[in-house]
Design a protein around this ligand. Structure first.
Ligand SMILES: Cc1ncc(COP(=O)(O)O)c(C=O)c1O
Length: 366
């Protein structure tokens, strides 16, 4: 077989460990394990969404609506644009990958911050583009000036992850707007707002408002996070109609299943519940941040449903020690790890484990 050799550069995506896996490896009961590694919502989908999905199950012998017409209409009304400006995907990560393919290819480059969402790196390799990774600034936030300086003549796409995964940092609305103004119009700017609904800082405004004047701007959103639909795979992108129509071309037919479409329509009908979840998350985030501060553990103040922190020098040791207590967190690098805001009980348990393990985690690694 002659498989593209460059694909070997794509490390397999490392999803947060499954509960069943961890239980087996550590000899724990599944019920003892808490998963705080994938920035999922600790709450199930809204009851109305569960009912709508259950009612639609009887229709899944048919292919789904390839244009996701009802979902596009509902999402368009939700964000205040026209339906032909909405593009629905099997999770926003599908859309991110397709955009990379649509504008990439040999002889192109893609600019993004690092560390940031790993899919930008994977999609860039898949698209045969050259990655240009721009380090975050000292506060672990995007460095827009450095990113602008990194744009090259062959750059066709630049990603802004706002707020950023894994650091939880935010670029304010003015900074995003002035960044977009300064990017050449032939470069696609993808603003990834997967965690938009969790932001509580008033200086944040969605980049959706920039789409009207900028055909090269696309905003990616997901229903995997605050809406609790990660397992169904549904996300969407907002851009000008012609931009969206062009970018969509490489998408596989019927990629968004019919239950996901039904769930998306129902989920956005409940803004009050989203507000409640935002507030619940804010409180949980505060508990984690306060706990980290009290233990003297460095962390980055977050605007998302996760917190990036560094209890000691050894990332893998940290993740392993947590696993031994049945708490799954995400290891990153240079001692940094990420924990998702969980339920009250989960947050409490996470802090207990941290307090119990901290002395060991702080020792220098060899
Ligand atoms: C920054 C960012 N963008 C996009 C996504 C993709 O979400 P999904 O494909 O579930 O919509 C995630 C998921 O973790 C993320 O962290």
């Amino acid at each position: 077989m002659r498989i593209r050799p460059d694909l070997r550069e794509i490390p397999p995506y490392r999803p947060g460990r499954s509960i069943v896996d961890v239980a087996r490896e550590w000899g724990l009961e599944v019920s003892e394990i808490i998963k705080l590694a994938s920035n999922e919502c600790p709450l199930p989908p809204f009851p109305e969404v569960q009912e709508a999905v259950a009612a639609a199950v009887g229709g899944i012998h048919r292919y789904p609506d390839n244009d996701a017409g009802e979902a596009r209409e509902a999402l368009a009304a939700h964000v205040g644009v026209e339906p032909d400006q909405i593009w629905v995907g099997a999770g926003s990560s599908e859309l991110l990958r397709i955009m990379a393919l649509a504008v990439g290819g040999p002889g192109t480059s893609a600019v993004y911050a690092w560390p940031s969402f790993v899919i930008y790196r994977l999609a860039t390799t898949l698209a045969m583009s050259e990655p240009v990774e721009v380090p975050l600034d000292a506060g672990m936030a995007h460095d827009p000036e450095a990113m602008l300086a990194a744009l090259r003549d062959d750059t066709t796409i630049v990603y802004l992850c706002n707020p950023n995964n894994p650091t939880g940092t935010l670029l304010d609305a003015e900074t995003v707007a002035s960044f977009v103004e300064r990017v050449p119009p032939d470069v696609l700017v993808v603003v990834d707002e997967a965690y938009h609904e969790y932001v509580t800082d008033d200086r944040h405004v969605s980049a959706v408002r920039l789409v009207e004047d900028h055909p090269n701007v696309v905003v990616a959103r997901t229903l995997s996070k605050i809406y609790g639909l990660a397992g169904l795979r549904v996300g969407y992108a907002v851009g000008q109609a012609e931009t969206v129509a062009e970018l969509r071309r490489p998408q596989a037919p019927f990629s968004v299943n019919s239950l996901a479409q039904v769930a998306a329509v129902e989920a956005i009908r409940h803004p009050g519940r989203v507000e409640e979840r935002r507030e619940l998350n804010r409180r949980g985030r505060e508990v984690l941040e306060r706990g980290l501060a009290e233990l003297g553990v460095p962390y980055v103040p977050s605007q998302t449903n996760f917190v990036f922190f560094r209890p000691g020098p050894d990332t893998d040791l940290t993740a392993e020690r947590f696993l031994g207590h049945g708490v799954v967190i995400r290891s990153l690098s240079k001692g940094w790890v990420r924990v998702t805001v969980g339920s009250e009980e989960e947050n409490r348990r996470f802090l207990q484990v941290l307090a119990a393990e901290l002395d060991r985690l702080r020792r220098p690694s060899f």
